[in-house]
Design a protein around this ligand. Structure first.
Ligand code: TGC
Ligand code: FAD
Length: 392
C-alpha cells in the first residue's frame, strides 16, 4: 500500500492568515484523509465506485454542510474553513470533494436558505451526519449550460404535485436518499422540490463509462408521474436565481478544491524530480525542470491569494457571482495546467496509478465542465465588466 507523503506548499506564508481554528480543521481533515482515504482511493477509482464507508468520517471532519448552523446539526464554520475542507478533500480526489460539495452546497444550502423550519429540522441533521445522502437535479439531457430551458415540470393536483421529466449527469444520484429537484410549474416558474427515494415513479439509474471522476457516482433522476407531497416544495425562493444561488456556494468550494488537486500534483512532482536521476544528476537540477516547477508554484500561490481574499469577501457576505466565477474558472484551469506539467515531470511513471497525477488530471476534466463550463464562466466575467450578456 502506498504511503501518502503529501506536504502542502505554502510559498507566501498563507498559514499566517489563518486562525488556530482554521488550521485545526484543515489539519484534522488532512490527517483523516491520509489515514482513511488515500490508501483506498486508487482502488475505488479503478473500480468506478464511491467508497461509501468514508461517509461517517466525512461527516465527522465537518464535510457535510460546514457552514450550516449548529441548531440544524451543522458545525457552523466560516467560509474559509469550508474552503480549506474542500481543498483537503480535492487534494485527495475531486470525487470526494464532489460528494461533499453536492451534499453541502446543493442540497443542505437550498433546504437551509429556501426551506421552511419543518423542512430544515426534518432533513438537515440527517444530511449533516451522512445518514441521508442528497443529490441536486438541475441539468437535463437537452439543457446543460442553459438550465433555464428545462422541461421537467410539475402540476398542482390539489393535495399533491405530479412531477414528470428527467435530469442527467447527477452526482450521488445512484445512492441518494433525497434529491433537490428543479422543475417548472404550470406557469413556467422554476421551483425546488424535495423528492425522496421510494416515491413511486422515481428512479436513479447509474451512468457508466466515465473516464473521469470515477470515484464519484453519477446518474440520472427520472420522474414518471411522481406524486410529491405539497410540503416538499421549497417555499422561500423561486425562479432560475434559486438554483443559481446554490451554484455560487458550490463554485466557491471548487475554487478552493482545485488548489488542493494542484498542490498534490506539485508536491509529487517536486519530490520525484529530486529523487529521479538522469545523466548522473537529479532531474530537478535541469533548468527546464526548474522552469516547470517554478511556474507551478507561482500559479498555485496566485490562486491561493485570490481565493483567500474571496473567502474574506464571502465571510462578509460581499462576494459576487462574477468574482466566484473568476476564481472557479482560473483555479480549475490552473490545476489542469499544473497536473499536465506534473505528469511530464514524472515521465512514464506519471501515467501509472503509482502516482495520483493522471487521476487528478482526468478528474479535472469534469471539474472544468460542471458547475458552469470554463467558457460560461468567461462569459459571466464578460457580462459583469461590459453589462452585456453574450450567452444568447
Ligand atoms: P439570467 O437571465 O442571467 O439569470 C436568471 C436569473 O437568475 C439570476 N442569477 C443568479 N441568482 C443568484 N445567483 C447567481 N449565481 C445568479 N446568476 C443569475 C439573475 O439575476 C436572474 O434573476 P431575475 O430575477 O432577473 O430573473 O440567466 P440565463 O438563462 O441567461 O443564464 C445565465 C448563465 C448561463 C450564466 C446560467 O444559466 C449558468 O450559470 N449556466 C451554467 C449552468 C451550470 O452551472 N450548471 C451546473 C449544474 S449543477 C452541477 O454541475 C453540479 S456538479 C456537482 C459536483 O459534483 O461537484
Ligand atoms: P453544453 O451546455 O451542451 O456545452 C457544450 C459546450 O458548448 C461547452 O464547451 C460549453 O462551454 C459550450 N457552450 C454552451 N453554451 C454556450 C454559449 N452560450 N456560448 C459559448 N459556448 C457555449 N448537473 C447537475 O445538475 N447536478 C449534478 O450533480 C451534476 N454533476 C455532474 C457530474 C459530472 C461528472 C459531470 C460531468 C457533470 C455534472 N453535472 C451536474 C452537469 C454539468 O453541470 C453540465 O455538464 C454542465 O453544466 C455543462 O452542460 P453540458 O454538459 O450539457 O454541456
Amino acid at each position: 500500500m502506498r504511503t501518502d507523503q503529501f506536504q502542502a506548499p505554502d510559498y507566501f506564508n498563507m498559514d499566517d492568515l489563518l486562525t488556530d481554528e482554521h488550521k485545526l480543521i484543515r489539519d484534522s481533515a488532512r490527517e483523516w484523509i491520509k489515514k482513511e482515504v488515500s490508501p483506498i482511493i486508487e482502488d475505488y477509482y479503478e473500480r468506478a465506485e464511491f467508497p461509501k464507508q468514508v461517509i461517517p468520517g466525512l461527516a465527522a471532519i465537518g464535510g457535510f454542510g460546514p457552514y450550516i448552523p449548529e441548531q440544524y446539526g451543522g458545525p457552523g464554520l466560516d467560509q474559509i474553513s469550508y474552503g480549506l475542507l474542500m481543498q483537503e478533500l480535492e487534494r485527495c480526489d475531486s470525487g470526494l470533494r464532489s460528494t461533499s460539495s453536492v451534499q453541502s452546497s446543493l442540497v443542505m444550502y437550498p433546504i437551509y436558505a429556501y426551506g421552511n423550519e419543518e423542512q430544515r429540522m426534518k432533513y438537515l441533521p440527517k444530511l449533516a451526519t451522512g445518514e441521508f445522502i442528497g443529490s441536486f437535479g438541475l441539468t437535463e439531457p437537452d439543457h446543460g449550460s442553459n438550465p433555464g430551458g428545462m422541461t421537467t415540470n410539475f402540476k398542482d393536483m390539489g393535495d399533491h404535485y405530479l412531477l414528470n421529466g428527467a435530469k442527467m449527469w447527477i452526482s450521488n444520484s445512484p445512492f441518494c436518499d433525497i434529491a433537490v429537484v428543479w422543475a417548472k410549474n404550470e406557469e413556467g416558474r422554476i421551483h425546488g422540490l424535495i423528492v425522496e427515494r421510494g416515491m413511486e415513479g422515481f428512479t436513479t439509474p447509474e451512468t457508466h463509462g466515465k473516464l473521469s471522476l470515477r470515484a464519484s457516482a453519477t446518474g440520472e433522476l427520472i420522474f414518471d408521474n411522481v406524486k410529491v407531497p405539497k410540503e416538499n416544495l421549497l417555499p422561500n425562493k423561486s425562479g432560475l436565481g434559486a438554483p443559481l444561488g446554490c451554484l455560487d456556494s458550490a463554485r466557491y468550494g471548487i475554487a478552493w478544491g482545485a488548489i488542493g488537486a494542484a498542490m498534490d500534483c506539485y508536491d509529487s512532482a517536486l519530490r520525484y524530480s529530486k529523487e529521479r536521476i538522469q545523466f548522473g544528476k537529479p532531474i530537478a537540477s535541469f533548468q527546464l525542470m526548474q522552469k516547470k516547477l517554478a511556474e507551478m508554484i507561482t500559479e498555485i500561490t496566485k490562486a491561493q491569494l485570490l481565493t483567500f481574499r474571496l473567502g474574506q469577501l464571502k465571510n462578509e457576505g460581499k462576494a459576487t457571482t462574477a468574482q466566484i466565477s473568476m476564481a472557479k474558472r482560473n483555479n480549475v484551469a490552473m490545476a489542469l495546467g499544473v497536473a499536465r506539467e506534473a505528469r511530464q515531470i514524472h515521465g512514464a511513471m506519471g501515467i501509472t496509478n503509482e502516482y495520483s497525477i493522471m487521476r487528478h488530471m482526468a478528474n479535472l476534466e469534469s471539474v472544468v465542465t460542471y458547475e458552469g463550463t470554463h467558457d460560461i464562466h468567461l462569459l459571466i466575467t464578460g457580462m459583469d465588466i461590459t453589462g452585456i450578456p453574450a450567452f444568447k
